[in-house]
Design a protein around this ligand. Structure first.
Ligand SMILES: CC(C)(COP(=O)(O)OP(=O)(O)OC[C@H]1O[C@@H](n2cnc3c(N)ncnc32)[C@H](O)[C@@H]1OP(=O)(O)O)[C@@H](O)C(=O)NCCC(=O)NCCS
Length: 196
């Protein structure tokens, strides 16, 4: 495909991105069609071969199984072990789905509630591109039940996501968003407390 880096080079860039060694909230690899092999998804054998595939799949299974457990503290610990940065006093409710493919792209700061059935996507396969994106949920935010947070989205400090919202854009600090696509319902629900 014209203008696209060779897979080996792109995989190296991708590894640096997911390890936090490169800037930017999203990594994009152009595709002709979503069924084209990317080498980035664990469902496909890329340049890293079968061993890489097995390691990815094992990590995926641990994450997926962790999310079935009823205990928030266990889910938090297991996701930390898989590479997610999760702060103190974070509650992950029941039936929450966190993309187990790339847990290292997730940051949840202190005092966050992730409501029941919320879904946090960290990658997506579109018709013309593969996208992986960091999701950052800042201190004191509230993620409403059954909402969907898209890859690359940052929820600002003490931001609030309504139940069932589909959040594809950043949420400003203190704002409440809702709907699909999520729009600002209240610009500032609560005054964010001063930093530090
Ligand atoms: C969005 C939310 C925070 C708003 O609560 P609130 O501050 O009390 O605001 P109100 O109920 O006065 O609603 C404000 C506006 O948002 C709208 N709204 C409320 N909930 C909404 C939702 N889920 N989706 C879209 N719009 C919503 C209301 O219709 C109202 O619109 P209007 O001003 O045009 O009439 C709350 O409804 C919500 O969804 N909280 C998430 C709770 C949750 O899921 N917690 C985790 C449980 S495990």
């Amino acid at each position: 495909m014209e203008g696209r880096k060779p897979l080996g080079e792109a995989l190296k860039e991708f590894d640096e991105f997911r390890k936090g060694k490169s800037d930017g909230k999203v990594f994009i690899y152009p595709l002709n069609h979503h069924t084209e092999r990317t080498g980035f998804c664990p469902c496909q054998v890329g340049e890293g071969g079968v061993l890489r595939l097995i390691l990815w799949q094992a990590r995926y299974v641990i994450g997926a199984v962790a999310l079935l457990l009823p205990w928030s503290s266990v889910k938090v610990s297991l996701f930390r072990a898989l590479g997610a940065r999760i702060g103190r006093n974070v509650y992950i409710s029941s039936n929450v789905w966190i993309d187990p493919t790339l847990p290292e792209l997730l940051t949840i700061e202190d005092n966050v509630l992730v409501g029941a059935g919320a879904r946090i996507a960290l990658h997506e396969l579109c018709i013309d591109k593969y996208v992986a994106g960091r999701v950052i949920i800042r201190e004191g935010a509230n993620i409403g039940g059954f909402s969907l947070i898209a890859p690359g989205v940052e929820i600002g400090r003490r931001g609030s996501v309504a139940g069932g919202a589909v959040v594809a854009r950043d949420v400003p600090p203190g704002a409440t968003v809702g709907g699909n696509p999520a729009r600002i319902l209240k610009p500032r629900t609560r005054e964010p407390e001063p930093q530090g």
